[in-house]
Write a protein of this length. Structure first.
Length: 324
């Protein structure tokens, strides 16, 4: 999922919760460690293989498709292959469009990440991909979905489109009403759980807690990535004390812990036990993000970006394994 670049001032930025920085990243070759600057990316002409999942905007669709299956199984709803294809294509289109706009609007190209630079370099080809992908969604919606499902999808698409226009064309106006990370988390969770509220007139009361927890998990994912990509260490934090939102790094640990504990606390409340496994997986993902934050200085920024979404994928697969 994409991290926003929204920040606010705070003295707490000078004291983030972290362990001392380590000279070498763990789990990745020394040659792929990167500071995220343009010069380092130029030096490494070919991105490492594990980064292409993020560069090609395949990370968010993967997370959405897996968790859609998790929630569908928990609710006893049959999700067709066409539904998963539509969801994956829709999420991919949204993320590619957002990254294209980020690269187009940004005047400071050195601050862009590899995914933005890739979209900027190949914008013509990507725009050509968006056309058949959108056509496929339209065809599936008109031939495979019920009128209720198609209507729900159109409503959500309109909301997402309005949000993207507000962020890019109205100078981030929606972010002034609601933090960008929380907005993205809510919209992403709404799209992922669309079958639950599109195929039935009412949502089961037991489905609301895991849906809300998942939205918070997605927001935490965005918040963590944003902080990790912009403020990697204590030294960097001190140098960027005036960067808006640097204080968020001090709270990622506690937000992750709170989300993980809240999920475990809600487990006994789910008497039907139908959503117990997704809630357990959400708790696991929150604690994994907590540990990533603690050891963030051991990894390069690109590695953290990939690992943050890999945590959500692993947690979703864990939930599917429990549901098997």
């Amino acid at each position: 999922m994409p991290a926003s670049d929204t920040f606010s001032d705070s003295k707490a930025a000078a004291q983030p919760l972290s362990i001392p920085a380590q000279p070498l990243p763990i789990g990745f070759p020394r040659g792929v460690a990167s500071t995220g600057t343009r010069s380092s990316r130029v030096a490494a002409a070919t991105p490492p293989w594990w980064l292409w999942w993020n560069i090609l905007s395949l990370d968010a669709p993967t997370v959405a498709v897996i968790w859609a299956a998790v929630f569908a199984r928990a609710a006893g709803i049959t999700v067709r292959l066409s539904d998963e294809i539509t969801l994956g294509l829709a999420v991919g289109i949204i993320y590619i469009a957002d990254r294209l706009l980020d690269g187009w609007r940004s005047a400071a190209h050195a601050a862009l990440q590899e995914r933005h630079l890739f979209c900027a370099r190949h914008r013509t080809a990507l725009l050509g991909v968006l056309v058949p992908a959108s056509s496929a969604i339209f065809w599936i919606s008109t031939h495979e979905m019920t009128a209720r499902e198609a209507q729900a999808g159109l409503i959500l698409a309109a909301i997402v489109a309005a949000y993207i226009v507000g962020i890019h064309a109205v100078r981030g106006f929606p972010a002034r009403l609601l933090p960008k990370e929380l907005s993205v988390g809510i919209l992403f969770a709404a799209g992922t759980t669309l079958p639950l509220w599109a195929q039935s007139a009412t949502i089961s009361p037991s489905a609301w807690p895991p849906m809300i927890l998942f939205a918070l998990l997605c927001a935490l994912n965005c918040l963590s990535i944003q902080y990790w990509e912009n403020v990697r260490s204590i030294e960097t934090t001190r140098q960027t004390a005036r960067v808006r939102g640097a204080w968020k790094g001090n709270h990622i640990f506690w937000l992750s812990a709170a989300l993980g504990i809240a999920a475990l606390t809600i487990l006994p409340v789910d008497r039907s036990q139908s959503f117990a496994k997704p809630i357990t997986a959400i708790s696991v993902a929150a604690f994994l993000l907590l540990f990533l934050h603690l050891f963030r200085n051991r990894f390069s920024r690109p590695a953290l970006r990939v690992l943050a979404d890999a945590v959500l994928v692993a947690a979703g697969l864990f939930a599917l394994l429990l549901q098997a």
